[in-house]
Design a protein around this ligand. Structure first.
Ligand code: DGL
Length: 295
């Protein structure tokens, strides 16, 4: 194709989030694409994004994207953050028309297929829920299934509490927030038909899936978008003939994909989270600090 840059199939895939939440997506990516290398950036100097102004999220997203493309020559980008996807994906696609970019969105479409009661609760950040992209998604899904009722809850503070929990192991703040946001949804006074599907519309939330699970009836499904994002990444790379072949580095070096972890501020949270949620070989959870100034 004229003008199409030659990406190296052996190059890594860039993945980023405001913090540790994107590890829930990285886990799904590693499962679906075991031969791929990944460079993960946690914007720990600026987390959380969910209650920040759009301009800030856009600037941070652009700074991280530039770094991944210029310093790491990544062959594709996965925005493992619903808030950044909602605010910035269109701009990134305009600025990098030649580059495979995968964004994430709350799993409303899977929820529409799954729900029997027709009542779906969406947990996400304030930024995601206020975005035009979310409104458009909800409209599209509702147009094909007008009987569905989506109830959104902006979970202020929850991503920050999850970041803190990863570091100190004290889940009290997370539990309190989940109780505060979910108890009214499942209160008996809400009557029937009840919510049978909860969308985890922020990539941090699957990291506390077990705590959330304890606070909802066992019949309720918790849906996140990690696996669909991984499938979409595979599709885009496959279409562009950019999947990394197992023998890319030659038989002697042939080993499964590796992960490089970067953080723009505090490195300890990402390191603790990687230990807990990524099954990396010992030593590979090391986190490098990168200074990434916004433009
Ligand atoms: N994990 C991100 C998301 O999916 C951002 C959470 C935050 O930084 O507020 O929206």
């Amino acid at each position: 194709m004229p003008g199409r840059p030659d990406f190296d199939p052996g190059a890594a895939i860039g993945v980023f989030d405001s913090g540790i939440g994107g590890l829930s997506v990285l886990g799904a990516l590693r499962e679906a694409l075991p031969n791929e290398h990944f460079v993960y950036v946690a914007d720990s100097a600026w987390t959380p994004y969910g209650e920040r102004r759009d301009e800030i999220v856009l600037e941070r997203t652009e700074a991280i994207t530039r770094h991944l493309r210029e310093a790491h020559a990544v062959k594709a980008l996965v925005i493992a953050c619903n808030t950044a996807s909602a605010v910035a994906v269109e701009r990134l696609r305009e600025d990098h028309p030649d580059w495979p970019i995968v964004a994430i969105e709350p799993a409303l479409k899977p929820a529409a297929r799954h729900t029997l009661s027709g009542h779906v609760t969406v947990l996400a950040t304030r930024g995601t829920l206020a975005s035009g992209k979310y409104a458009a998604l909800r409209l599209r899904v509702s147009a094909t299934a007008p009987q569905l009722r989506f109830t959104e809850i902006a979970c202020d503070g929850l991503a920050a509490a999850i970041e803190q929990w990863a570091l100190d192991g004290d889940g009290t703040a997370c539990d309190e927030l989940v109780d505060r946001y979910l108890a009214p949804v499942f209160h008996p006074a809400m009557g029937f038909p009840a919510v049978d599907t909860v969308v985890l519309g922020c990539t941090h939330y699957p990291l506390i899936g077990e705590q959330i699970r304890l606070r909802v009836p066992t019949t309720v499904a918790l849906l996140d978008a990690g696996a669909p994002v991984a499938r979409q990444t595979w599709r885009l790379l496959n279409q562009a003939s950019l999947l990394r072949p197992p023998s890319h580095d030659g038989p002697a070096l042939d080993r499964p994909g590796q992960v490089r972890l970067l953080a723009t501020g505090d490195t300890a949270r990402l390191q603790a989270a990687a230990r807990r949620w990524l099954d990396l070989p010992p030593g590979d959870e090391r986190v490098e600090r990168v200074e990434l100034a916004s433009a």
